[in-house]
Design a protein around this ligand. Structure first.
Ligand SMILES: Cc1cc2nc3c(=O)[nH]c(=O)nc-3n(C[C@H](O)[C@H](O)[C@H](O)COP(=O)(O)O)c2cc1C
Length: 161
């Protein structure tokens, strides 16, 4: 059994979640940041986990494109979908729904809402302005939810690895 985790991150939160999932699965796991060139052919993986973060309401474009381009193949795999974001509750769920195509959501084995982090040192001036003015936050915040990551990984561990 082999697992592919495809992700995009702005400041490292999604990457942290992806590494955690990798460490929690007893299997061979390949991590691919979509900043880099094409991921390896998906035929060799039984499970594909996709993760991105929400910025101004949307997930990264490359995550969307990856889902669209590979939809047929993804629907033949076990899949997991997750996001990192600061909103919680219904807004976070709505953002997750908006992030991934319906067909893929219907097919997915697990969903993850892993919370998010705001670290001002990692932001550029524009990002700082948005966070200060729109969210009215001016200090670092971490809502990263390790428990949710573990629960998500368990769905794949318990389902046959
Ligand atoms: C400019 C900016 C815009 C953001 N917009 C949203 C948003 O619309 N909704 C939300 O829930 N979180 C939003 N966030 C919070 C991010 O989703 C959070 O920082 C997340 O941890 C980013 O993960 P990453 O570092 O892996 O990209 C925003 C953060 C920044 C810096």
């Amino acid at each position: 059994m082999a697992t592919l985790i495809v992700y995009m991150t702005s400041h490292g939160c999604v990457e942290k979640a992806a590494w955690m999932i990798r460490d929690l699965l007893p299997d061979e796991v390949t991590l691919v940041n979509l900043e880099n060139p094409e991921p390896p052919p998906m035929e060799q993986f039984d499970t594909v986990i996709i993760g991105g973060s929400i910025r101004i309401g949307s997930i990264q474009k490359r995550i969307r494109k990856f889902c669209e381009k590979n939809m047929d193949l993804l629907l033949t795999k076990r899949t997991g979908l997750f996001i990192c974001c600061m909103f919680e509750g219904d807004t976070a769920i709505a953002q997750l729904h908006e992030a991934y195509p319906e067909a893929l959501r219907k097919h997915a084995t697990a969903f993850g809402l892993f919370g998010g982090e705001l670290e001002f040192e990692k932001m550029n001036a524009f990002e700082r302005m948005i966070i200060r003015q729109v969210a009215n936050i001016s200090v670092d915040v971490s809502k990263f939810n390790e428990k949710a990551v573990r629960k998500f990984a368990e769905r794949f561990r318990d389902a046959g690895f």
